[in-house]
Write a protein that binds this ligand. Structure first.
Ligand SMILES: Nc1ncnc2c1ncn2[C@@H]1O[C@H](COP(=O)(O)OP(=O)(O)OP(=O)(O)O)[C@@H](O)[C@H]1O
Ligand SMILES: [Mg+2]
Length: 308
């Protein structure tokens, strides 16, 4: 399938001489939810701002739905909705006016039914006549999303959409994102909440110091890199590990009632069989066992650390 966004050899060096993006190649498929992860200053916002025409690229090419974002800017931009990281709204406007006005900026004819639907989907309908300055932070963020959707874009960028949003509201925003995707909108989001990427994304890209260091299907990423931890609850506490168990590199829990064994589930030999044999030989009796897959967070921290 033709990618809806295609980025080739994209670099950005700011006027200060700082190189914020280094030779980025990335394709986004229509209808996917792509999460871009990376530490502060990695280049996430710069990348989004280049695609949305706010920051000019230094080298490389970006196509949005077949339109070059530099030479065919208006056509490219009309396909894109952007919810920026920084909240900027006209404090003295009403919700309805500001969202309707945004649509007009893209030269689209008025469509009150669409604006109504967007406001209802974002639970802002009751607030439509309120001035923006009277809304809470989370509501303002939803107004930003409503503005970004006002001109019916096929591609939506959400730059940290749920920063500072409470858990309940975050979940309801995930619902909104999912329903947008169900209507065929392609979504690219950045987040610091790994839980969010884990929950939402089809694919995950990790960016660090201006370079994309990994792009992977979420499920594959989690199983490929995922370490597992096997926790063995002991029948009887122990103070020290029997020396014959040393080769297994077990961790003894602080209160001596559990052992933790870390392994990679994809290895041909996980060492679990010999571990159990040696535990038995050492006379250690188990009360319970439990295994846990690494979270995306652990994987991510490991990746970024390796890279620096
Ligand atoms: N206008 C600018 N001029 C010079 N340097 C800039 C400019 N804008 C951003 N940078 C630098 O580019 C780098 C990437 O910034 P960017 O905002 O893209 O990071 P980010 O990944 O979005 O970070 P965060 O998670 O904090 O939002 C940072 O080192 C930043 O200081
Ligand atoms: Mg940012």
């Amino acid at each position: 399938m033709q990618p809806i966004i295609s980025i080739r050899g994209l670099s950005k060096t700011y006027d200060s001489g700082f190189s914020a993006l280094k030779n980025i190649d990335l394709e986004i498929a229509p209808g996917e939810i792509f999460a871009l992860l990376g530490p502060n200053g990695a280049g996430k916002t710069t990348l989004i701002n280049v695609i949305c025409g706010i920051v000019s690229p230094s080298t490389g090419q970006v196509m949005a739905d077949g339109h070059d974002i530099v030479t065919d800017f208006r056509a490219a931009r009309s396909r894109i909705g952007l919810v920026p990281q920084e909240l900027t709204t006209d404090a003295f406007e009403t919700v309805w006016a500001t969202v309707s006005f945004s649509r007009g900026l893209f030269g689209k004819p008025k469509n009150p039914a669409h604006i109504e639907k967007v406001l209802k989907d974002l639970s802002l309908w009751d607030k439509r006549s309120n001035m923006i300055m009277t809304l809470s932070g989370g509501m303002k963020r939803r107004v930003m999303i409503a503005k970004a959707l006002s001109h019916e874009p096929q591609i939506l960028f959400l730059d940290e959409p749920t920063a500072g949003v409470d858990v309940e509201l975050r979940r309801s925003m995930w619902e909104v994102v999912r329903s947008l995707r169900a209507h065929g909108v392609t979504i690219i989001l950045t987040t610091h909440y790994l839980e969010e990427a884990e929950e939402m994304a089809d694919r995950i890209g990790v960016i660090n110091q201006g370079e994309i260091i990994l792009v992977e299907n979420k499920a594959e990423l989690m199983s490929k890199l995922g370490e597992k931890r096997l926790t063995l609850q002991l029948q009887d506490r122990i103070d020290t590990l029997p020396s014959m168990l040393a080769p297994h590199e077990l961790e003894l829990a602080a209160d001596g009632d559990a052992l933790v064994y870390t392994y990679n589930a994809n290895d041909k030999r996980t060492g679990i069989n010999t571990l159990f044999r040696d535990l038995d030989a050492a006379g250690i009796r188990l009360r319970d066992v439990d295994t846990k897959q690494s979270s995306l967070e652990e994987i991510f921290v490991g990746l970024v650390r390796q890279d620096t």
